[in-house]
Write a protein that binds this ligand. Structure first.
Ligand SMILES: [Zn+2]
Length: 259
């Protein structure tokens, strides 16, 4: 057979053998719109969250910083940028988790911005209509993160709170980006597109990722997810929220860097 034809068949085979997404499930507690509306009271415990995953992100009771779950351990990056390991009894108002099992794995060059890194990942994903757990490890020339200060009642909407967010620039660190890429149709429940949190290997810094520049030896691992489980809070506060309407513009302002 013609060598070029073999190559074409090879490429078709490689494309078709992309992972089907096994039986992984993304489990989340509450909804992003409830958080936008200021529903910051915990709806479950971190101990309970860990039963549904070893990898993920969220926040803590009272919107007390950025949370991430990595290798089965939960970390809190508080509004001073300090990293803690909260106890299993601590509650969370929003958590998104899965058991991470890598389906795709590739390296990316140094010098990529967050947008360029996301484009590289998009290019290898089988479809924008599935969920993906994304774990990126290596050296980062820069990671710009934020965290939010613990709130007291009456709670303000998230768009108001992020005006007081603390921002950090972490220069030349090694660490892990932990997060998800969700399909566009998930809006109002979760964040469409990428939502990433960062933790340095020395556990001295991290937070919700606003921007970055990759360094040497950055490796991307992706898990394809087709099951999506939403656990609605069993609370009068949640039941009383007006969750009609479209909050996508508000969400964009809250999640990304103001330009
Ligand atoms: Zn976040």
């Amino acid at each position: 057979m013609d060598k070029r034809l073999l190559l074409v068949f090879g490429l078709i085979f490689a494309w078709q053998s992309l992972p089907a997404g096994g039986d992984a499930t993304l489990t989340q507690w509450s909804t992003i719109d409830a958080l936008l509306k200021g529903q910051y009271d915990g709806v479950t415990t971190l101990g309970e969250v860990k039963k549904s995953g070893d990898f993920g992100l969220g926040t803590l009771d009272g919107l007390d910083g950025e949370m991430l779950l990595l290798d089965g351990k939960i970390y809190q990056v508080d509004s001073r940028g300090a990293v803690h390991e909260p106890a299993n009894e601590v509650r969370t108002p929003l958590a998104v988790v899965t058991f991470f099992a890598q389906d795709l794995d590739f390296t990316v060059p140094a010098g990529l911005t967050l947008e360029e890194l996301q484009a590289r990942i998009d290019a290898v994903l089988p479809s924008p209509n599935r969920f993906y757990a994304v774990r990126v490890t290596g050296r980062f020339a820069q990671v710009r993160t934020r965290s939010v200060p613990r709130q007291i009642k009456p709670y303000l909407p998230l768009a108001e709170v992020v005006k007081t967010q603390a921002m950090f620039t972490l220069t030349d660190t090694t660490g892990t980006l932990v997060g998800f890429r969700c399909p566009a149709f998930v809006k109002s429940l979760n964040v469409p597109g990428y939502h990433l949190h960062y933790l340095t290997d020395d556990k001295h810094g991290g937070g919700h990722v606003l921007g970055l520049v990759t360094g040497e030896g950055v490796r991307v691992a992706v898990e394809v997810i087709r099951n999506f489980m939403v656990k609605l809070p069993d609370s009068a506060a949640f039941d009383a929220l007006d969750l009609s309407g479209d909050r996508s513009m508000e969400l964009k302002k809250v999640e990304s860097e103001r330009k």
